[in-house]
Design a protein around this ligand. Structure first.
Ligand SMILES: O=C(O)CCC(=O)C(=O)O
Ligand SMILES: [Mn+2]
Length: 202
């Protein structure tokens, strides 16, 4: 399968022990910064994915103010927890970008959640790649081109896989069509966690 230029799929990048360590780190993040249900700008329609963040900035959305980065949790008003060192290390090894990531969006998908086709374009620094880590149940990931109507292709992302959207592929449309239940034993109650590391400021 030929992916668009700039998009890399690294299957099985993280072994089971590394995946477990990441889940532990994310549990600590969620204990401090609980998952909340984001809403679409304008319509206020709730997303099926629950979210939180770690790092100096977090990506949030709500009916009133739309997509943005901010330094505090929209529900608790507290600063986001620090980015776990293991994530900074992954970025250093994979991103090939000098500056550190500022935001790690934590997406939690229960087995019937999905994410519509979209671009990641709320960052000012588009030279930095987006690094996306999959944990738990397998999903069907879809990727297209730079225009919403471009042809798309889909492939599965399993626990421990990493996807990099960089270079010419940085603004490619992408989304998650579905989660395949009971395809991983990593998360006791099923579902899928996706961690998306991003540099926001140039
Ligand atoms: O869950 C995924 O694999 C993708 C998540 C994503 O595209 C995003 O949070 O912007
Ligand atoms: Mn995205």
């Amino acid at each position: 399968m030929l992916l668009p230029n700039g998009i890399r799929h690294l299957p099985g990048y993280l072994d089971r022990r590394q995946q477990e360590a990441l889940v532990e780190a994310i549990r600590a993040v969620v204990a401090e910064a609980p998952l909340y249900t984001p809403a679409m700008p304008g319509t206020g329609k709730e997303m099926s994915v629950r979210m939180t963040n770690c790092g100096v900035l977090g990506w949030v959305t709500d009916k009133q103010h739309g997509y943005r980065y901010q330094p505090t949790h929209p529900v608790t008003g507290r600063p986001w927890p620090a980015m776990p060192p293991v994530l900074l290390e992954l970025w250093a090894n994979i991103a090939g970008y000098e500056k550190q990531p500022e935001a790690c969006l934590v997406n939690f998908y229960n087995d019937d959640a999905r994410m519509g086709l979209h671009q990641d374009r709320d960052e000012q620094d588009l030279a930095a790649p987006v690094l996306s880590i999959s944990l738990g149940n397998t999903c069907l990931f879809r990727v297209g081109g730079l225009n919403r109507n471009d042809r798309t292709l889909s492939f599965k992302l399993s626990s421990g896989d990493i996807v990099v959207l960089g270079g010419e592929g940085r603004l490619c449309f992408h989304g998650v069509d579905r989660i395949h239940p009971a395809t991983s034993t990593l998360l006791k109650n099923g579902g899928r966690i996706n961690l998306t590391l991003r540099r926001v400021n140039p």
